[in-house]
Design a protein. Structure first.
Length: 132
């Protein structure tokens, strides 16, 4: 049956990835240096996650389950709902999986190229605003 486990980050990454693949749902409430990798990885797998809302990646991928990093009660309520409500779990996981496409390398490259085309160039150098 289903059960709840609490784990810290596992190393090496291959061990972490094997463990994450077995999850039905998760909670990730970091309060310091966050890169968004955990949220992107779980989103790619369609795993619903309760996340801290202080990271843009978290908000974009898991907006319905994002809480302040210190809101343990809110995180607990959402985690319980993910475990008890299969429809909510499916909606959150599917939405995250659809949204993670935004972080695809091709998508990111296209946005960067668009942004760079909008920056004026003089004599082969980028021109910063207010810097001729």
């Amino acid at each position: 049956g289903e059960h709840v486990e609490i784990e810290t980050y596992l190393r090496p990454i291959s061990r972490y990835l094997r463990r994450v693949r077995t999850c039905v749902a998760g909670i990730f409430l970091p309060h310091a240096t966050v890169q968004g990798r955990t949220a992107m990885l779980t989103a790619a797998l369609g795993i619903p996650l309760v996340v801290s809302d202080d990271v843009e990646t978290h908000r974009r991928l898991y907006g319905a389950t994002a809480v302040r990093w210190y809101d343990v009660s809110g995180a607990t309520r959402l985690a319980a709902r993910l475990l008890e409500d299969p429809e909510f779990r499916q909606v959150v996981g599917s939405a995250a999986r659809a949204a993670v496409v935004e972080y695809d390398v091709r998508e990111c490259r296209a946005r960067l190229e668009t942004a760079l085309r909008s920056v004026p160039v003089r004599a082969g150098r980028l021109v910063a605003e207010g810097n001729p």
